[in-house]
Design a protein. Structure first.
Length: 201
């Protein structure tokens, strides 16, 4: 029956991506096909077709805290991760950066090099591009609020981030505290193979 089923599944997935015509279409299509792969062991490749247009970052924005500018997979995994962190540690987590333009990345790279201050990043936005710089963003930065509610008591203590990092790993995300060359504890990103994990071609 595979000779009959496979073309139908491929057509259905492609139709979803074509009708929506956005990154959302790709994710919906990918989620559907990922379900088929996980549940039935069926893998179907779906070309997006000429109707698909790659999403573009917002014009005139150098940096954002808006989660809507993140990849939908990151949005979903991070939402579940935040709930776990806040429930287990009794803190509140908020985003400090999601998508970042290459221009802004270049400026941050200068800090601690050509500009005074502590080095903030090893990505210069050109020869090495941050996962913040792709669109939709595949990374975000966050802060820890020790006083959930109206007041804010932000902590940058490494021990606090180490507690959070252990939970981040449990949610299929990469924690910047695990980076070898440059420890970036307030950073989270999707694993390199997240599309394969989600069944997105």
């Amino acid at each position: 029956m595979n000779w009959l089923i496979m073309p139908l599944l491929r057509a259905l997935g492609g139709t979803i991506a074509t009708i929506v015509g956005s990154s959302l279409g790709k994710v919906i299509s990918g989620s559907f096909l990922g379900f088929l792969r996980r549940r039935f062991g069926i893998k179907v490749e779906v070309p997006l077709g000429s109707a698909y247009q790659a999403p573009e970052p917002p014009a005139g924005v150098l940096e954002s805290k808006d989660l809507a500018l993140c990849d939908p997979v990151l949005q979903r995994r991070w939402a579940a991760c935040k709930l776990s962190i806040e429930a287990r540690l009794g803190v509140q987590i908020f985003e400090t950066c999601t998508w970042r333009s290459k221009e802004r990345q270049k400026a941050l790279y200068q800090v601690g090099r050509d500009l005074p201050g502590k080095v903030l990043t090893n990505c210069d936005g050109e020869t090495s591009v941050s996962r913040h710089n792709v669109y939709p963003a595949e990374a975000l930065d966050f802060a820890i609020d020790l006083d959930p509610g109206p007041a804010t008591k932000v902590s940058w203590e490494e021990a606090r981030f180490d507690e959070v990092g252990a939970i981040i790993r449990d949610h299929g995300l990469v924690w910047g505290g695990d980076f070898k060359s440059f420890k970036d504890r307030p950073h989270v990103e999707l694993p390199a193979d997240f599309r394969t994990e989600e069944g997105i071609s």
